[in-house]
Design a binder for this molecule. Structure first.
Ligand SMILES: O=CN(O)C[C@@H](CC1CCCC1)C(=O)N1NCCC[C@H]1C(=O)Nc1ccccn1
Ligand code: NI
Length: 185
């Protein structure tokens, strides 16, 4: 099972590396990795398991955070989460095909399981995105996302491109709200 010891932390070079596309048919190792990633997110959201294995609750994880520089990400947003639809999926070779001009940012900013320091400030994200990706069976999928799921997916796709959330925070005024951005409560 994946624990916090498997998650690399900032300054590790893999976090700043553009990950490689995965080829199909998918090796079993990547199928196993994908299910391990989803299992980690579920475990991290389970109070007892998280307590037992000292897991930090997470709603998304990308393979580079496990020092695997491949374009694989997992998202697991629980049904109980206020203000979001539930979402549980694995994306392989994801690409944002189009997005809204309108942007949004989480009211409390963002954190990252690979970043132990706190970076305060709004992280501007596209409000709506259309993502093309492959599922574990190699099926090509094209799907639109908005709201909290769209924010999580953008945070994870950033990891595949060596980008960390604080790269997006305005240095002069971390809490500035540009004209085209709203705050996601
Ligand atoms: O790349 C992936 N990561 O770095 C894990 C991150 C991904 C999210 C950060 C902002 C958008 C995606 C993550 O999940 N967090 N960031 C650090 C600590 C908190 C934790 C979190 O938001 N947890 C959570 C939220 C709601 C319900 C349950 N748990
Ligand atoms: Ni992260």
């Amino acid at each position: 099972m994946i624990t916090m010891d498997d998650i690399i932390r900032d300054e590790h070079p893999t976090l700043r590396t553009v990950a490689e596309e995965v080829s199909f048919p998918l090796d079993d190792q990547f199928k196993n990795l994908a299910s391990d990633m989803i299992e980690f997110l579920k475990n991290s959201q389970d109070e007892e398991i998280a307590e037992k294995y000292d897991l930090r609750a997470g709603v998304g994880i990308a393979a580079p955070q496990l020092n695997i520089s491949k374009k694989i990400l997992a998202v697991h947003i629980p049904a109980e989460l206020e203000g979001s639809e539930p979402l549980s999926l694995v994306m392989i070779n994801p690409k944002i095909m189009s997005h809204s001009v309108q942007r949004t940012a989480l009211q409390d900013g963002e954190g990252c399981l690979s970043v132990d320091e706190l970076y305060e400030g709004f992280v501007p994200r596209n409000k709506r995105i259309t993502v093309q990706y492959y599922d574990l069976d190699g099926q090509k999928v094209k799907k639109r996302f908005k709201g909290y799921p769209a924010i999580v997916i953008q945070h994870e796709i950033d990891h595949l491109n060596g980008i960390l959330f604080y790269d997006h925070i305005n240095e002069q005024d971390p809490f500035m709200i540009p004209e085209d951005m709203d705050i996601f409560e």
